[in-house]
Each structure stands twice: as structure tokens, then as C-alpha cells.
Design a protein around this ligand. Sequence first.
Ligand code: HGY
Ligand code: MN
Ligand code: MN
Length: 411
Amino acid sequence: MVDRERSAARIELDIETLAGPGYTLSDEAIRRYAYTPVYRATLDYFTAALRELGFEVSEDPVGTLVARNRPAGEPVFGVGSHCDSNRNGGKYDGTMGVVTALEVCRLNEELGYSLPLQLVSFLEEEGSGFGQMLLGSRIMLQRVTEEELRDSFRAVDDGRSFWEHAAEAGYEPERWRESAHVLDDLSGWIEMHIEQARVLQDTGNRIGVVTAIAGYVHADITAAGRADHAGATPMDFRRDPGVVAAECILELERLARAAGKGTVATVGEIAFEPGLINVVPARARFSLDIRGVDEDAFRGVARDIAAFASQAAERRGMTAVFEQRQTLAATPLDGRTVSALEAAAIETGEPFMLMPSGAAHDTMCVAERVPSAMVFVPCKDGISHSPLEAASPADAALAAEIILNAIRSLQ
Ligand code: HGY
Ligand code: MN
Ligand code: MN
């Protein structure tokens, strides 16, 4: 029998410790990402706790943490998430999933179930280090190219390549393809995560059993005009790409709403060059994050905004270029694993629901090779990617019990 109070207390201690100094680059938000000392300290924290449980802990060639309680080659069931954070992150996104996976490993030992387990904490899920979301799991699934790792993927902080940073941190990026072997022995995979929206809270549910994960397109549009003096240049003489960007942002909202079917679209980054108050910008770059569970709908929005941008720029004597960063398809999750989680949730008598995920997760990659599912817990008012993020260790303890029992039933 799981002592949920004890589990909740352990989960809370882990979460609060990993929110403390030494584990974040900022004291206003949780900020940790690949190859920073605070991220290294976070991996060391999990390594110590897992070694205490007798797990064999290692890291793949680029830094994804892998811990297992069976020798390589034997089947194991996968649990985990990511412990890097958004640059404006909260204590719970990702980290609560790894902590809950750790609690599943603890309970497995204490209750003598001796289930074969492998805990994985994926590198760079947030993309805070190199602007590439799900980077560790996409490397594992070989959904990147060596050229991207060697050259195009550049650090947000200093513009140097992923390859250089990985090597400097003591990893072996030249062996990146071997990361695929992390999934070789997995008989299944369950990731726990905070919901990052407010459906569970508003419906009074403590648990979400996730049935599918929205697909996405990440891209940039760069409009190019001409830098001019902001005071001396009459309005009719301007080539102002900032105005093109503004038209695109409004059009993107219209396209997403018109597409419906849960399609969403966001411009989260915008940058003008030279970015001075008294200079009409020469260039305007803005990011696109377009998502949905209906492939045609969200990919249609990406296609239409690219065409709109180019026409809007041309109308004003300028150019606009759409460059895709990356894309993943909407991912249905494994029916048998979902049913096992559903049965385990029913057994607890606690309120739960089946639901899709609007946020992206490493499970989108794992699911290509391993029967996978996810468990959500509520986060207060749906706030996430913010230091105001809040979630309940008691809900996480309930999730740990449900995951543990689902894994037992899947053996
Ligand atoms: O943005 C996402 O979907 C994830 O939280 N990185
Ligand atoms: Mn996350
Ligand atoms: Mn996130």
C-alpha cells in the first residue's frame, strides 16, 4: 500500500531543493539548461538519489540521464521527463515529472515489487540552451542531422554550436547516434507532467490520462526593409519591416481562430535590427509556434501565414522569408498503456479524466518506438513557463501510485 503522505513529503523536498540556489541561474525564475553548472548540479542530485536505490546511472553521448535497475539487454519499463527549464521557468514543469519518476523507483523498492525500471531525464526539452525544443529526445530518435548538431544549432547565450558546447562539457557528440540505444530495452514508457493549462483544475480532476499530444511547427519569419532616419524619413518613403511584422501577428491570430479544432498560434519572440528608437528597422524577425491535434488545420496555418507574410512585404516593396526551425506530428498515445493508467486511476477512487496535451513533450519522440502514455496533474490556474507555476506534491504522489500500479499491470 502506497503511503501517499510520505511520497508527497519526499516529492516536495525534492522539488523545493531543486528550486533552491545552486540549481537555477536566476533568483526570479527557475532557469537551467544544458551544460550549465546548475543543470549539472540537478543531474548530480538525481544521480545520487538513484544510486542510493541501487540503480546504475549513466548519461547518453550528449547528456540525457539514464538510470536502470536491470543490466543492459534486459527489458525495463521507462519513466521520466526532463529537468531543464524554460528561461522563465517554474519549479514544476519537467522537474516534477522526473521527481515523480524517482518516487516510483523508491516505491518499487520499498514495496518489494522489484519491477524492472529505467528512469530517463531528457536533455534540452525546453530548448532554452539552443532554441531547439525536445532536442535530447529528437537526437535519440535521430530526428536531427549531424550538420544541425555540428553547425546550425547554436547557443542562445554565445552563438557557438551545440557540438562545441557538448564536447566542452565532456560529452562525445560524435557518438550522438548511439543515443538511440537508450530506448532499446524499453517495454513501455509513462511520463508524468503538470498539465500547463487549467482544464483539470476547472473540472475538479486530480489526474489527467493523456491520449494524444498536439503536433507543432516552430519557425521564424524575417521581414527585410531599409533602415532610415526615424525623424527625417517621410512615411511614403519608408520600407519598414516592423509594420509587416505587425500585420502578420494579427493575421496569425485570425488564421488560428479560423482553423479551429484546437489550433493555436503564438508569436513569442520578436526582434528588430538595429533595434534603436530613432531608426526605422532594417529587419524584423519574429518566431512562430503553431500547434494542434489536427494536422491539416495547424499545418494549414503555417502555410498560410508564410504566404501572407511574403505578400504583405511585397505590397510594401519589401521581402519576408519563412524559415522552419523544426516540426513534429500530432502523436496519438498507446491504447493499452492508456487503459492501464485508466484502470489504476479508477482503483484510487480519485477524480480523473482522459484528455489531449496541447504542450509538447519528449513522449512525442519516445512514442515512435515504445508504447507510451502520459499522466497530468493540475497546475494552479494553468500557469506555466512562469515562476508563478504551482502544483501539488499530493497530486504527484497520487500520480506516482497510479503509474506504479499501471506498470505492474503491464508486466
Ligand atoms: O513548449 C512546450 O510545449 C514545452 O513545454 N517545451
Ligand atoms: Mn515540460
Ligand atoms: Mn515547458
